[in-house]
Structure formats: C-alpha cells, structure tokens
Design a binder for this molecule. Structure first.
Ligand code: FAD
Length: 320
C-alpha cells in the first residue's frame, strides 16, 4: 500500500476505496492507466470531508464525472481520483408562474436529468440528452448542442473550494462561453446546479429529443470508443469566411470540416484514428494509448496549420 492509500483508508474506513484501479474500462475513450485511490462520492458531506483531508495532507485530487471528455495518461493518476456521483433531482418551490426551477446533483447523468426535467413539465435541456457523462462535466465544459450552450439555462452553481468551504455561484459569475466556464480555472468542485427553465409541452420536448437523437446518429460514430469531438469549432474571421464560404454566415467553422478539408479523415496512429464519419472525432480500435491520441492530435494540428494557417484547440481535457 502507498502512503496515500494507507492514510485514506485509515481516516475514512467506512468509505468504499478502490486502489490501483485501471481507468481505461471506466472512460469512454477506453484509455488510461491506474488510479492510486478511487472513490465514488454520492453526497456533499463526504466530498467536503475527504477534500479537506486531502488538502491538509497535500494529496493531489482529480475530479471526474462520467469520464467522457478526458484523455487520461497511460501512467494513470496519482493521489485521489474522485468520481462525483451525487444524483439528486428536485423541482424547487419558487414563486414564478412562467418558470420552473430545478436543482440537480452534479453526478446525475445528463440523460436522466433531461428525462426528469421533461417529466416535470420543463423545457430547455432537451438537446443535451445525448451528451454522455454527468451534469458536473457538462457545466465544467459548458456543453453544447450546435449553438445551444447549457450555461444559458443555469441559475446558479453550488461549489466546494479545496479548503472545504462551499458556496453558490450565480450564473453571471460562471464565465460561461463556448467551451468555457470559470470552473476550468477556479479549482472548485461542482456539487449541484439550479436551472431556470420555461414551462413546456411534453410532446414538443419529445420531438426535440427525437430530432437531436437522429442528427447525432447520422453525423457521429456512436458506439465506438471515443471522447466525442477532440477539437473545438473555430471562431469565424473574414479570412476564414473566404477560405470556407459554406460557413461564411456562421459564427464558427466546424473543426471537423476543416480537418476533412485537410484530407485527414482515416489518418491512424497506433490504435487511434481520425473518424471517417466525423473528422473532429478520434476512434479507439481498442489498442490505443494516450500517447497515440497526443501524437495524432499533434499531426492533425500541424497539417491544419500548414494547409490553412488555422490553430485548432482541444475540446478534451488531459488528466496526467
Ligand atoms: C459520444 C459522445 C458524444 C458527445 N457529445 C457532446 C455534445 O453534444 N456536446 C458536448 O458539449 N460534449 C459532448 N461530448 C463530450 C462530453 O460528453 C461532454 O463534455 C460531457 O459534458 C463531459 O461530462 P463528464 O461527466 O463525462 O466529464 P468528465 O469527462 O468526467 O470530466 C471532464 C472535465 O470536467 C471536470 N469535471 C467533471 N465533473 C466535475 C465536477 N463535478 N466538478 C468539477 N469538475 C468536474 C473534470 O475534472 C474534467 O476536467 C460527447 C462525448 C462523447 C463520448
């Protein structure tokens, strides 16, 4: 046993610890070495206690939700790997006739969250049903479906700082933007989220869900190990409008479109390949490593820079 493993199991003997756990089977990309100490935490108080202890003992902490948007190092993760699995859901009793306020735990799966909001008669989150992973991961990344960003539906976010104190952050202080939120820099753990949603009609919500599901199936290589889009879309500029006139009227040029124009579909390094269905996605044939992913990312970025003078940026997060 390592010192970290002994300290955690001795201090919190009632918690279910997993030590030296291979992470690849737990990620959507099927990549990643072992976690020194893994814990799934279903309630706020457990997270508070464990995080405060780790901060005092200088034990590094890594947070995960559904592990659908990460490239985990082949060497694994040192210290504590905390999966936030708080999956609460409640409709709040707010006095506002036109809106429904919903509070959900950061560990709720997006599909469950959306189904429950629709059942509660609320509209706004339908397009996010097909985003894998948890609410916490979606807020961290400000998950998007086409131009709809999840942050635009948020009222406030309950967070824990590494010193063990918690507080609510209003949406206007969350710095939500395309592929961005304050949580990418603040070191805060997302615990719960309150959404302000409109009252909706269940039939039209189900129609929206069906459209989004069909669109995803048509355009994305679903069912193959991946992390979704590896690259972000690229903000449009007058130069890009000339280079890619099909997208001249759009705020962004899709990263996948540019990669396709650079003839990179199907390019393979080790076990990782640029998808032939959606060029911003990488597929793992089951033998891929995080090193393969990084090398393929470098290859794609270099070629796109050379061909079009465009800098691509990752949408996935690296966990080392
Ligand atoms: C098939 C497929 C389709 C996808 N489609 C979409 C899509 O339509 N739109 C889209 O935006 N993305 C999409 N993605 C990417 C990904 O699913 C989303 O970004 C998702 O929101 C990530 O959630 P997660 O819980 O899996 O996050 P994880 O992968 O577990 O974590 C991602 C990052 O968030 C941090 N994090 C997670 N939970 C917390 C928390 N509670 N507190 C603080 N930090 C936290 C982690 O530390 C990590 O840095 C897709 C991925 C796949 C595999």
């Amino acid at each position: 046993m390592t010192t970290t493993q002994s300290k955690l199991s001795a201090t919190f003997p009632h918690l279910e610890w997993n030590f030296d756990v291979p992470l690849a089977p737990r990620t959507y990309m099927k990549i990643g070495g072992p976690a020194e100490a893994l814990l799934q935490a279903t309630d706020v108080n457990t997270i508070k206690d464990v995080i405060t202890f780790c901060t005092n003992e200088a034990i590094p902490v890594t947070i995960l939700g559904g592990a659908s948007n990460v490239i985990i190092s082949d060497d694994g993760v040192r210290g504590l790997l905390l999966f936030v699995t708080i999956d609460t859901f409640k409709v709040l009793d707010e006095k506002d006739d036109s809106c429904i306020f919903i509070q959900a735990g950061a560990g709720i799966k997006m599909a469950a969250l959306v189904s429950q909001t629709v059942s509660a008669g609320a509209t706004g989150l339908e397009y996010f049903l097909g985003v894998p992973g948890t609410l916490g991961g979606a807020i961290y990344n400000n998950a998007h479906y086409l131009t709809d960003l999840i942050g635009t539906h948020v009222e406030s976010v309950h967070v824990l700082s590494k010193d063990g104190t918690d507080h609510w952050v209003k949406a206007e202080d969350c710095a939500f933007a395309y592929e961005h939120s304050r949580f990418q820099n603040s070191n805060e753990i997302i615990l719960e989220v309150i959404f302000k949603l409109k009252k909706g009609d269940k039939e039209s919500s189900l129609t929206k869900i069906a459209h989004a599901t069909q669109y995803r199936a048509k355009t994305q290589p679903l069912g193959i190990p991946s992390s979704g889009c590896i690259f972000q879309n690229v903000p449009n500029t007058p130069k890009l409008q000339k280079q890619f006139p099909d997208f001249a009227e759009k705020p962004y040029v899709p990263g996948g479109y540019i990669i396709d124009q650079a003839h990179l579909k199907g390019t393979k390094i080790g076990g990782i390949q640029v998808s032939t269905k959606h060029a911003a996605w990488f597929e793992n044939d089951g033998t891929g490593t995080s090193q393969d992913v990084k090398t393929l990312i470098r290859t794609v970025k270099d070629r796109v820079k050379k061909e079009f003078d465009v800098e691509l940026h990752e949408e996935v997060f690296y966990l080392e």
